[in-house]
Design a protein around this ligand. Structure first.
Ligand code: PLP
Length: 392
């Protein structure tokens, strides 16, 4: 008999009742260290007092009005995102995939509004992940997500990761832009070197294409800068964000330059829930935390600690760990054992991790994680590796 909840997820057999900081607790009070953060979502940790206050204060005032009226909280959030990024304007969504849908539509609309309606195709990269809507599974191009869902949405050309020549060859008269994650997340924590991002910017400028960054996972402090592309000095024309910006409240956004947004006039796009008062109140509170002076420097320091401890872990367990990679608090452990076995061994130690492609286990702790939490997590990983070694 089918389960009441559509059985599309392979869930671990554990449920959490409450959380605090980097820890979650079962109803029986058993603690787990959360180095998954709900897939890079709970950026400020669980039950952060400032976020709880923002949500409850707003809940007492007004939850939802729709975008038919002025939205002061949304305007404030947009203004702050603009002040801290390349962007001139922001569209709010409820998820990452919707932020990407807006980005894809905007790139097509830009070309059409500037005299090139024939340019509607986007170049994407093997191993990419952009969401689960029909357009975003086509953009991601992964067979396992496309299989059985009918004809793939037209207009996406995929090239191998890191193959500049294939990329150049893929640019044609119908190309509208290039879409890329600065660090592939679900593809297995594969950072794009800064010089490659620079090369993409140059190619886009030379060919009249738009550069779109998917920072749904890498954004909002995850790599130690507000956005990962800042490490390269390259800015996109359009950027999709979500996950960390809501700290657990579902909200996403599509940020763009004025130039890229030229076609997006009244009536061309919309969302009922997108950027509603509850969501923007929480997202503004998340920005209060992350934009506080010194916060991102703290993330960078803790990221360095994590990276060094993981390097030592790898040296101590050469039969289990092949490689450590990533940026900031977005680290990947490439396993020599199946990553599912590694994750299960970590779960046995009460450490939550997230799987990824390329046999990688992701560590995505909340950005407020402490050095003591990091030490504890790596100790748990050490015990998990020993348990795996004992089994081999
Ligand atoms: C999670 C993710 C998405 C999709 O976000 P949803 O909120 O699940 O729709 C898109 N792109 C990247 C890089 C992601 O990590």
């Amino acid at each position: 008999m089918i389960s009441p909840v559509l059985p599309t997820y392979a869930r671990a057999k554990v449920a959490f009742d409450r959380g605090e900081g980097a820890r979650v607790f079962t109803a029986d009070g058993e603690a787990y260290l959360d180095f998954g953060a709900g897939v890079a979502v709970t950026s400020c940790g669980h039950a952060h007092p400032h976020l709880v206050a923002a949500l409850t204060d707003q809940a007492r005032k007004i939850w939802h009005t729709s975008n038919l009226y002025q939205m002061p909280g949304q305007e404030k959030l947009a203004q702050r995102l603009i002040e801290n990024t390349f962007a001139d304007t922001v569209f709010f969504t409820n998820s990452g995939a919707e932020a990407l849908e807006c980005a894809i539509k905007m790139a097509r609309k830009y070309q059409s509004a500037t005299g090139h309606p024939e340019r509607y195709r986007l170049i994407t990269f093997e191993g990419a992940f952009h969401g689960r809507t029909l357009a975003t599974i086509a953009a991601g191009g992964q067979a396992k997500y496309l299989e059985g869902f009918g004809p793939k949405v037209e207009g996406f050309d995929q090239v191998p990761f890191g193959d500049h020549e294939a990329l150049k060859a893929a640019i044609g008269p119908e190309t509208a832009g290039i879409l890329i994650e600065p660090v592939q997340g679900e593809g297995g924590i594969r950072p794009v070197p800064p010089q490659c991002l620079k090369g993409l910017r140059q190619l886009c400028d030379d060919h009249g294409l738009l550069l779109i960054f998917d920072e749904v996972q890498t954004g909002v402090g995850r790599t130690g800068k507000l956005f990962a592309h800042e490490w390269s000095g390259v800015t996109p024309d359009i950027m999709a964000i979500a996950k960390g910006i809501g700290g657990g409240f579902p909200i996403g956004a599509c940020l763009a330059t004025e130039k890229a947004a030229v076609g997006m006039t009244a009536g061309t796009h919309g969302s009922t829930f997108g950027g509603n008062p509850l969501g923007t109140a929480v997202a503004n509170a998340v920005l209060d935390v992350i934009l506080e002076k010194g916060f991102l420097e703290g993330v960078q320091q803790r990221a360095l600690t994590l990276k060094q401890k993981l390097a030592a872990l790898k040296d101590n367990h050469p039969a289990i760990i092949e490689d450590i990679r990533g940026a900031g608090l977005m680290m990947g452990i490439k396993c020599k054992v199946p990553n599912t076995a590694f994750q299960a061994a970590a779960l046995d130690q009460h450490l939550l991790t997230i799987g990824a492609g390329d046999n990688v286990v992701r560590l995505l702790p909340p950005l407020i994680v402490t050095d003591a939490d990091i030490t504890e997590a790596v100790d748990k990983l050490d015990r998990a590796c020993k348990a795996l070694e004992a089994k081999a």
